[in-house]
Design a binder for this molecule. Structure first.
Ligand code: SAH
Ligand code: SF4
Ligand code: F3S
Length: 463
């Protein structure tokens, strides 16, 4: 039986409900997270909520009574990955009744349709309804009843819930949720609902607690952080207040929208040593007709003016997102994007093929008419260009020293450390005599570089 749970929007975030006596501590849950940093953060919120209700978190599906997939809907391949993982859990479901839950943006986007097409799913919960998850899971585990909660809220910010983090060095901190921009290609306004900002007092309280717990960096998150508004607080004020929290070594934020990037934000960036000199500024296209079709509310010229204003403040690394093959994009229009990438010379760029998304304005109004092969070729050419630019920038650092926040062991070797520069470039170097540990700031002398990574040796331990 399918249960639709309606919860009226409340004006304020609700506190965590009292732990339920129905939740036997023995129920174990494994969570897989797909998508962006906001989803990583939401998984941490979900962990807190579940633990509060007596669930135990485990590190693999074999040990789990329930598996939760926190999903993304941004492009079709994000959906496909989730379908692949659902298929993978079928044998466990059949053998021992594994309970399967789908959370996040894909759950919100497809709702009932996903429940109908995928009988393996027991529980389906959207990003604003996680307070319903413990109850629905218990119901599925104890009575085999399927359940769904997909209400979007205008107020939910989970601001009284301290996420259960595991990183130890960097902590994601959501300062706003939702998006009101409705870029025509984008599904996020439909999966995450309306913009709402978190009380700055709760953000600052959380950051103080993080410092006490030993965290060295926080990354403030929002789909469009410069839309942050709470009473007379805007994002520049919030960023300055966070940057002033004693004990923090680095503060980052993502993403600002180029249409409303206030000079005050640049003042904070330039004036606070803890704010990393790095901005992710998604451009999407370098052509005015395409930008207008995308509903981005800026032009190539105004974007370039903003880039120049940023660069006048000193060395600030820029990265971006680009979509290739948006509806009706011609060769010359794509060439404008290519030239913009040549002109700006981003440190890094995330380049995507346009993927038509259900509900979006583009899906309703425009034809997805650029052939797949053309999209693929455009992405490949831009990637090649960006790789050459990144390689040139990284190689220019050979022979110099860079300051790095040590984050942990390198993915490829237990004998190496990994961290990032202030510009957010990955640095890898050999472990030394044991004087360095995650959370330290160190200076690394750079000996070699690829387009994505700097390689070096320890020069000095700073803090
Ligand atoms: N809020 C962020 C973007 C979040 S989505 C911002 O505006 O900066 C991350 C990126 O995914 C977007 O910047 C865009 O480049 C890409 N993206 C979004 N929808 C897409 C789609 N339908 N097809 C391909 N890429 C898309
Ligand atoms: Fe999507 Fe645009 Fe909102 Fe970013 S600003 S989440 S691209 S609608
Ligand atoms: Fe993030 Fe994907 Fe949702 S990018 S906001 S998890 S659609």
């Amino acid at each position: 039986m399918l249960i639709q749970i309606d919860r009226p929007n409340s004006r304020h975030s609700l506190p965590c409900p009292e732990p339920s006596s129905e939740a036997p501590a023995s129920y174990s849950v494994y969570i897989e997270t797909f998508g962006c940093q906001m989803n990583e953060y939401d998984t941490e919120i979900v962990r807190t909520l579940l633990k509060h209700h007596g669930f135990r978190m485990v590190e693999c599906s074999e040990e789990a009574d329930a598996v939760l997939l926190n999903t993304c809907a941004i492009r079709e391949n994000a959906h496909n990955r989730v379908y692949g993982h659902l298929a993978m859990y079928k044998p466990l479901k059949e053998q021992r009744g594994l309970v399967v839950g789908v959370l996040g943006c894909m759950a919100q986007n497809l709702k009932q349709e996903l429940m109908t097409a995928q009988p393996i799913i027991d529980v389906l919960v959207g990003p604003d309804a996680y307070r319903r998850l413990p109850g629905l899971l218990i119901q599925a585990l104890q009575t085999n009843q399927r359940g769904m909660a997909v209400d979007l809220s205008e107020y939910e910010t989970y601001d009284q819930i301290m996420p259960e983090r595991r990183d130890g060095v960097n902590a994601w901190v959501a300062v706003m949720r939702g998006c009101d921009n409705f870029c025509t290609f984008c599904v996020v306004p439909y999966t995450r609902g309306r913009e709402r900002s978190r009380d700055p007092r709760s953000v600052l309280e959380e950051v103080h607690q993080l410092v006490e717990q030993g965290y060295r960096q926080v990354t403030l998150l929002g789909q469009n952080v410069n839309s942050y508004r709470f009473a007379d607080w805007d994002f520049a004020r919030l960023l300055a207040a966070v940057a002033d929290v004693p004990g923090l070594v680095r503060v980052r934020f993502t993403s600002p929208h180029p249409k409303d990037f206030p000079p005050a934000l640049l003042d904070v960036l330039a004036g606070h040593p803890t704010v990393c000199k790095q901005i992710h500024l998604p451009v999407q296209s370098g052509n005015d007709r395409i930008l207008q079709l995308m509903g981005r509310s800026y032009t190539r010229a105004s974007y370039m003016t903003l880039v120049e204003a940023i660069r006048r403040r000193g060395p600030i690394a820029l990265s971006t997102d680009i979509i290739c093959g948006f509806c009706s994009e011609g060769d010359e229009e794509y060439a404008d994007t290519y030239r913009l990438v040549q002109d700006v010379e981003f440190q890094n760029a995330f380049i995507f093929k346009y993927s038509q998304r259900r509900h979006t304005i583009a899906a309703r109004k425009y034809l997805d008419d650029v052939p797949e092969s053309v999209k693929t070729e455009r992405v490949a050419r831009l990637l090649e260009l960006q790789k050459a630019i990144s390689l040139k920038k990284n190689r220019a650092l050979i022979g110099s020293t860079v300051e790095v926040l040590v984050e942990g062991e390198a993915k490829k070797s237990h004998d190496q450390w990994m961290g990032h520069t202030e510009s957010n470039t990955t640095v890898v170097w050999a472990k030394d005599d044991g004087s360095v540990s995650p959370g330290d700031l160190v200076t690394v002398a750079i000996d070699d570089a690829s387009h994505s990574t700097l390689f070096g040796h320890l020069h000095r331990r700073n803090v």
